[in-house]
Design a protein around this ligand. Structure first.
Ligand code: NIG
Ligand code: FE
Length: 417
């Protein structure tokens, strides 16, 4: 006789479940607005959430299905899997030398002007094979998944030739096929003008004519990013480039206002999904982003890595923005890559509520990536879930990232047990 395959899984009981559902998409969130269900469980079917409810009630409801139970004795708090909405984790080599120069007083832009910085990672990434990039990326994904990240955006941008950008995006696509972590690829061919070009407009034209069509054909990315700064691309050429790729159906996002303002204005004008960094943003930039409905993705890891101030996250929330927090994990400005630790530190410095910080790495991070199927524990959402070894959700940020999840589920399947 064939064993019947259960169609449903009942997971629980959890001391608390933070659903992160039904929260305002923009602006401040008070902690009392967060749904905290006590002694609750989750009923999962086909990788999606069917119901989140009181555990006893859910056990009775499950009786109508052919179901299995995943249960535990220890106290645990369940949350949606974290979403890291901005990374550059497909790279080869280390920039520890840059870091040592920076802490000794040289600036990021000064190091870049002298041949270090992003172009140093470009040289090393160009030398790497696809297989080497796949292995390095896979290791970083393993670490992220173990720390509770179940969806992670990954940018190209260390190739800066048509072939090397394709190599990076193919490496991301390969890892995505085999890794439990969902990767969201973004083309950042417009990270810097490569040394082979003296004219940045000509470089962007080449990207548009020779790279973007391949990305479309091979389905290598549906998002396009650009770094707007004097040392990278200026506002006007960036705006024109983004409008062209938008016409082709890509979502756009911008590295904006990291050292000087201007990028957020372009992001608002072209209708970007998100503007990321924003350390230099002030009231005017916040108003522009709000009126255009652009998500503000702040990157505390870059502030920590560069020893500079954080983006004004409190002001952004009070100004009505949707604020996401991401690591910017990269070999240069943000080598740490610990999302929860960085979110907790930013939250403490900027006076964010627990709800605002947790929303920024779950439901609001999903918005930054234009994803509507994750980031909340509610009916129909992906069963991407993480459990922390505590009975009080406030301990998660209290330990500032040192408490790690002990269990991680991706689409209902336990991937870290
Ligand atoms: O987001 N600001 C531009 N790009 C990256 C840094 C990449 C690097 O330093 O390698 C960032 O911080
Ligand atoms: Fe970045």
């Amino acid at each position: 006789m064939e064993a019947s395959v259960s169609t449903h899984t009942l997971i629980g009981p959890f001391s608390q479940i933070l659903t992160m559902a039904e929260l305002s998409e923009t602006g401040p969130i008070a902690d009392v607005e967060m749904q905290v269900l006590e002694n609750a469980g989750v009923l999962v079917s086909n990788g999606k959430i069917l119901r989140v409810d009181d555990y006893i009630r859910l056990s009775q409801e499950a009786e109508q299905y052919d179901y299995t139970v995943e249960t535990f004795e220890e106290p645990m708090v369940l949350l949606p899997g974290f979403i890291d909405a901005h990374t550059h984790i497909c790279f080869a080599g280390s920039r520890a030398n840059d870091y040592a120069m920076r802490v000794a007083g040289k600036s990021y832009l000064e190091i870049a002007r002298n041949g270090g910085g992003i172009l140093d990672s470009v040289r090393k990434t160009r030398e790497a094979t696809t297989i080497e990039l796949v292995e390095l990326l896979k290791q970083r994904c393993d670490r992220h998944l173990a720390e509770g990240i179940t969806t992670c955006e990954v940018k190209s941008g260390y190739g800066l030739t048509v072939d090397d950008e394709i190599k990076m995006l193919e490496a991301i696509q390969l890892v995505n096929k085999h890794h439990a972590l969902d990767l969201i690829p973004t083309c950042l061919a417009a990270h810097m003008r490569p040394p082979e070009f003296t004219d940045s407009r000509l470089y962007l034209k080449t990207i548009l004519e020779e790279l973007i069509p391949v990305i479309s054909e091979q389905n290598l990315a549906s998002r396009i990013d650009i770094f707007i700064e004097d040392t990278a691309f200026i506002e006007q050429e960036a705006g024109e480039y983004l409008l062209e790729v938008k016409k082709l159906g890509f979502d756009v996002t911008v590295h904006a206002d990291q050292f000087s303002t201007g990028g957020s204005k372009v992001a608002a004008e072209v209708g970007a999904v998100s503007a990321d960094h924003l350390e230099a943003s002030g009231d005017a930039e916040i108003a522009l982003l709000r009126d255009a409905g652009v998500v503000a993705t702040v990157l505390p890891g870059a502030s920590l890595g560069l020893g500079m101030h954080y983006a004004p996250a409190r002001k952004m929330l009070d100004g009505g923005l949707c604020v996401a927090i991401a690591t910017d994990w990269n070999p240069g400005s943000a080598p740490m890559g610990d999302l929860l630790m960085q979110a907790a530190l930013l939250g403490a410095a900027e006076k964010l509520t627990t709800a605002e910080t947790l929303a920024a790495i779950t439901t609001r991070a999903a918005r930054a990536l234009n994803l509507t199927d994750r980031g909340q524990l509610a009916k129909g959402f992906l069963a991407d879930m993480i459990a922390f070894p505590t009975d009080n959700y406030k301990e998660i940020l209290y330990f500032q990232g040192k408490m790690k999840p002990t269990k991680v589920w991706k689409k209902g399947r336990p991937v870290i047990k």
